[in-house]
Design a protein around this ligand. Structure first.
Ligand code: CTP
Length: 415
């Protein structure tokens, strides 16, 4: 996770989405980054500095000419502090000032004084966004290597539907993560499966499991951040489709199998995080099955074992599987890995609190085909994903020691 131990300077400007800065700070803190905040005068009309100060655990900066810090040239010390500066939300006004090179408040002055990457997240009314002046300003800043995130479509504060909403909080944090992450997966095409499958037996009913898809989506986002081209094949989940990832929605195990096999040729790494139903109803009634006296038996038949099929056609690809076990974790997972020709298997014990389906965390052991076992105690699924990808990388480098924490130069050029 590239944001761990990184120093983020968050600039909050005066749009209605300023209230989302609170959630953004929480996400950064959850990812173990340190956060300082600069608020413009207009931002303070929307959110109290005390809120952001409490959440970040650091003073909130508002003023260029404060008498409180006599030994500090504040715009220089903040510019030096930042590994990355993120402006979220960014108004048309601040974008215009940055494009013109103006420095008439603390935020714009710090941005002129920094050599660290700057990520701008515009949020405004769609007509303002489409205004040629705003478009030109954004284009000028992109040419100067500022990073931008496209606003999302949805209901705006002015009650109209349009483009202009601040992206999802986790996507902004991911983008910052991606900017600071070493692109050690450049050139890889990573195929990830995620979520449950649904096995229907009439037009309104199906058999499924409790998989939320969170582990597979975290892997897809993490591989994307590390520079891979990612295709995510997902069963039905309630999760947001990750940005910058090719997304294929499927429902049943048979559909997932077809999608995996047609994407396999171009994949260099295959990670099967989906909880594929092992069985499906033998027949699907065209009409809704009506209740009758007595019980109802549904005959099931085996679904194809997708990972076993991939294992047979693996070639030089790296194949990663998952094992959910309630007992004899290591023995059962090792047997699965060997039988299905995997390079790695991520084993979790479903009886442990904080592991497995639905949670944001996981507790896993990563087993490799040479007998190595890496213990990952309770951690966020994005962190687990990073550890799994470290092991993949290690296999790719043929036994070279695993990658240390990514640490691009603080003074690196933007982009
Ligand atoms: N898997 C698959 N196709 C299936 C079933 C499972 O590709 N029809 C994959 C999963 O995506 C996972 C791995 O196989 O990566 C292990 O899944 P799991 O259900 O734990 O193991 P099974 O081999 O199905 O064995 P069992 O259910 O007997 O434990």
């Amino acid at each position: 996770m590239a944001l761990k131990d990184k120093r983020i300077l968050l600039g909050v400007t005066g749009g209605i989405a300023a209230y989302k800065a609170a959630e953004l700070i929480r996400d950064f803190v959850r990812r173990q980054a340190s956060v300082k905040v600069i608020m413009t005068k207009n931002a303070r009309e929307f959110v109290m500095p005390l809120t952001l100060q409490t959440l970040s655990g650091n003073p909130v900066y508002t003023d260029m000419f404060s008498l409180d810090r006599p030994n500090e040239i504040i715009h220089i010390s903040l510019a030096d502090y930042a590994d990355i500066i993120i402006v979220a939300p960014a108004t048309a006004n601040v974008i215009g000032k940055l494009a013109a090179g103006l420095a008439d408040d603390l935020l714009t002055t710090v941005i002129l004084a920094t050599k660290s990457p700057v990520l701008i997240c515009p949020a405004m009314n769609s007509n303002m966004l489409d205004n040629p002046a705003v478009k030109e300003n954004i284009a000028r800043l992109v040419k100067r290597d500022f990073h931008f995130m496209d606003p999302e479509w949805g209901e705006l504060a002015c009650k109209v539907e349009g483009r202009g909403r601040l992206p999802e909080i986790s996507e902004i944090a991911d983008e910052a993560d991606a900017i600071l992450t070493v692109k050690d997966f450049a050139g890889e095409r990573v195929l990830v499966t995620a979520g449950p499958t649904r096995e229907p037996f009439d037009p309104v009913r199906y058999i499924t499991n409790y998989s939320s898809g969170k582990m597979g989506y975290a892997l897809a986002r993490c591989a994307r951040n590390r520079g891979a081209k990612v295709v995510l094949i997902s069963g039905p989940t309630a999760l947001e489709k990750p940005r910058g990832v090719e997304f294929i929605a499927v429902s049943s195990a048979l559909q997932m199998r077809d999608a995996v096999m047609s994407e396999l040729e171009t994949a260099t790494v295959v990670i099967k995080a989906a909880a594929v139903a092992d069985y499906r109803p033998s027949t699907i009634s065209e009409k809704k099955i009506k209740k009758k006296a007595g019980g109802l038996a549904i005959e099931l038949q085996r679904n194809p074992d997708i990972i076993a099929e991939v294992g047979r056609e693996k070639g030089s690809r790296i194949l990663v599987g998952f094992a959910m076990e309630s007992h004899d974790l290591i023995e059962n997972a090792t047997e699965k890995m060997q039988q299905k020709n995997m390079d790695l298997i991520v084993a979790n014990d479903v009886t442990q609190a904080g592991a497995g389906f639905q949670t944001d965390t996981n507790i896993v052991k990563i087993l490799d085909c040479k007998g190595g076992i890496e213990d990952c105690p309770l951690m966020d699924k994005m962190m687990v994903a990073d550890r799994i990808l470290d092991k993949v990388r290690q296999i790719r480098m043929e036994g070279m020691p695993s990658r240390g924490p990514s640490n691009p130069s603080k003074r690196m050029r933007r982009k």
